[in-house]
Design a protein around this ligand. Structure first.
Ligand code: PLP
Length: 481
C-alpha cells in the first residue's frame, strides 16, 4: 500500500499530539482491562484521570429542581428555538455575566471580572491554544515550570508551532519555581536565539496539587514585566482547594502592584471546579484589549454550545447553589485526600504536602532500583502490569527527579479507592520485605485480598462512570486531563 505521509500536512503527520508517552500507555492498559468490582476485580484501576466526580449528586439535584434551564424539557422548550439559533461568538450576555461572577466567587470575592473580557473556548485546552495563537508566532517560546501538565506539549505547541522551555523545579524546595531557575532558562533561550514570549504557570499546580503564594506570584509578575513578556496563568483548579491556605489569583496580585496589565492573561474552565469536562467550557480572560478582540474573533473555532451556555447561565447565577456546591465539593475532596495520604503514610509512602487539585504527588523514590528515568519506568511498569493501578510517572510531567508519580483520587467511588489502597499497601509492604524486587509473591497475596466479595453489583466504578464505548477506544478519543 502507498504511504499517505506525503499527501498529508506536516501538522497531520508530526508527533505533536504526544500520543506516544507512558501517560497514554497507562490509559491504554486501563482501557484494555478496566477494573470492575464483580465482573473484573483484577482489572486496572484508573488513577490517571483528573476528574472531579465526587459531587455529581448535587448537580443532578439542581437539574431536577430547575427543568426550565434545560431547553429540551417541557418547561424549557419555549426557549428552544432562540437558543438553538443563537450563534454570536460573543456568547449569551447572561452566560458571560454568570461566568464573570463565578470567576470572582471562586477567587473568594477578592477580585471582580468584567464580562466584556470573557472569551469562550473549547475547554482550557482550547483556551490555552487560543492564547498561544494570539501571543506567539511559530518558533517563539513560552517558559513553563516543570513538572507540568503533559498535554501542554500538545495544547501549546502542536498546531501553533510554539516551543516550550521547561523551567526545572525539584523537591529541595517542594518544587517551587525560583527566580534563579527562571532567569537561567530565559537567558539560555536568548543565547540560543529563541524569542521568549512569556511564561505560563498553572496555579494550583497540576501535577503537584500545591498553590503559589502571593509573594511568589508577585515575583513572577515582576520577572515577566521587567522583560516585557507575557504572563499566562492557567487557573483551572481555582476552586479545587480543600484546605488552607486559600487561593491567590494573579488577578489579585496585579490589582495590587504597579505593572503593565496588557501582559497578563488568565485561562479558566469549568472542567475541574464544577466537574464538567464534557461541556468544554473554557475561558480566556485577558487584560489586553487587543488580545480580547483577536481571541474573540478566533473563538469561532471553539465556541461553547448555546445550549450549554444557557444551562450554565442559569445554574451559576443561583448563588445559594453555587455556595453550597463549592463548599461541599471541597469538603468531599479534602476527606478523600486525607484517606489516601494517611493510608499511604501507614506503609511509609509520603506525598508532597498539598491542598488542591484532584491528585496527589506520590514519592516512591525509595522503591526505585536505580534513580534514573529508566528506574522510574521499571517501577511504573510493575505498578501498571502487576499492582494494576494506572498512576502516571513523573517523567510524563517532565519531572527532572525520578520516582514521583501522580495519583488521581476523585474519579472513583469509595469502594474502588479501598481496593486501590489495599493494592498499593500490599505492594509497598511486600517491597519492604524483599531484598530483590521480584513481584511474584506479593502478586499472589494481593489477588487473595481483593477477591473478598465485599462489592455488590451495581456500584459505579470509574469505568462505568466514564463515557466508554463498548469497544475500547484510544484514550486520545477523550481529552487529556
Ligand atoms: C492545567 C490544566 N490545563 C488545562 C486542562 C484541560 O482542561 P479542559 O478539560 O478544560 O480542556 C487540564 C486538564 O486536566 C489541566 O490540568
Amino acid at each position: 500500500m502507498k504511504s499517505t505521509r506525503s499527501v498529508l500536512s506536516r501538522i497531520a503527520t508530526n508527533q505533536g499530539h504526544g500520543e506516544n508517552s507512558p501517560y497514554f500507555d497507562g490509559w491504554k492498559a486501563y482501557d484494555k482491562n478496566p477494573f470492575h468490582p464483580t465482573k473484573n476485580p483484577d482489572g486496572v484501576i484508573q488513577m490517571g484521570l483528573a476528574e472531579n466526580q465526587l459531587s455529581f449528586d448535587l448537580i443532578e439535584d439542581w437539574i431536577k429542581r430547575n427543568p426550565s434551564a434545560s431547553i429540551c424539557t417541557l418547561e424549557g422548550v419555549n426557549g428552544f428555538k432562540d437558543i438553538a439559533n443563537f450563534q454570536d461568538y460573543h456568547g449569551l450576555p447572561e452566560f458571560r455575566q454568570a461566568i464573570a461572577k463565578f470567576m470572582g466567587r471562586v477567587r473568594n470575592g477578592k477580585v471582580t471580572f468584567d464580562p466584556e473580557r470573557v472569551v469562550m473556548a473549547g475547554g482550557a485546552t482550547g483556551a490555552n491554544e487560543l492564547i498561544m495563537f494570539c501571543l506567539a508566532d511559530p518558533g517563539d517560546a513560552f517558559l513553563v515550570p516543570s513538572p507540568y501538565y503533559p498535554a501542554f506539549d500538545r495544547d501549546l505547541r502542536w498546531r501553533t508551532g510554539v516551543q516550550i522551555i521547561p523551567v526545572e523545579c525539584d523537591s529541595s524546595n517542594n518544587f517551587q519555581v525560583t527566580r534563579e531557575a527562571l532567569e537561567a532558562a530565559y537567558d539560555k533561550a536568548l543565547e540560543s536565539g529563541i524569542n521568549v514570549k512569556g511564561l505560563i504557570l498553572t496555579n494550583p499546580s497540576n501535577p503537584l496539587g500545591t498553590i503559589s503564594d502571593k509573594e511568589s506570584l508577585r515575583s513572577l509578575a515582576r520577572f515577566t514585566n521587567e522583560r516585557s513578556i507575557h504572563f499566562v496563568c492557567d487557573e483551572i483548579y481555582a476552586a479545587t482547594i480543600f484546605r488552607s491556605p486559600g487561593f491567590t489569583s494573579i488577578a489579585e496580585v496585579i490589582d495590587e502592584m504597579e505593572c503593565n496589565k496588557d501582559l497578563f492573561h488568565i485561562v479558566y474552565s469549568l472542567s475541574k471546579d464544577m466537574g464538567f469536562p464534557g461541556f468544554r467550557v473554557g475561558i480566556v480572560y485577558s487584560y489586553n484589549d487587543e488580545v480580547v478582540h483577536c481571541a474573540r474573533k478566533m473563538s469561532s473555532f471553539g465556541l461553547v454550545s448555546s445550549q450549554t451556555q444557557f444551562l450554565l447561565a442559569s445554574m451559576l447565577s443561583d448563588e445559594e447553589f453555587v455556595e453550597n456546591f463549592l463548599s461541599e465539593s471541597s469538603k468531599r475532596l479534602g476527606k478523600r485526600h486525607e484517606i489516601i495520604t494517611e493510608a499511604l503514610q501507614h506503609v511509609g509512602i509520603s506525598c508532597l504536602k498539598s491542598n488542591a487539585g484532584l491528585y496527589i504527588w506520590m514519592d516512591l523514590r525509595h522503591l526505585l532500583n536505580e534513580s534514573t528515568p529508566e528506574g522510574e519506568m521499571k517501577l511504573w511498569r510493575v505498578i501498571i502490569n502487576d499492582v494494576k493501578l494506572n498512576v502516571s510517572p513523573g517523567s510524563s510531567f517532565h519531572c527532572s527527579e525520578p520516582g514521583w508519580f501522580r495519583v488521581c483520587f476523585a474519579n472513583m467511588d469509595d469502594q474502588t479507592v479501598e481496593v486501590a489502597l489495599q493494592r498499593i499497601q500490599a505492594f509497598a509492604l511486600q517491597r519492604k520485605q524483599e531484598d530483590k524486587p521480584t513481584n511474584k509473591r506479593w502478586r499472589k497475596n494481593l489477588r487473595l485480598s481483593f477477591t473478598s466479595g465485599r462489592f455488590e453489583e451495581g456500584i459505579r466504578t470509574p469505568h462505568m462512570m466514564s463515557p466508554h464505548s463498548p469497544v475500547p477506544q484510544s484514550p486520545l478519543v477523550r481529552a487529556m486531563t
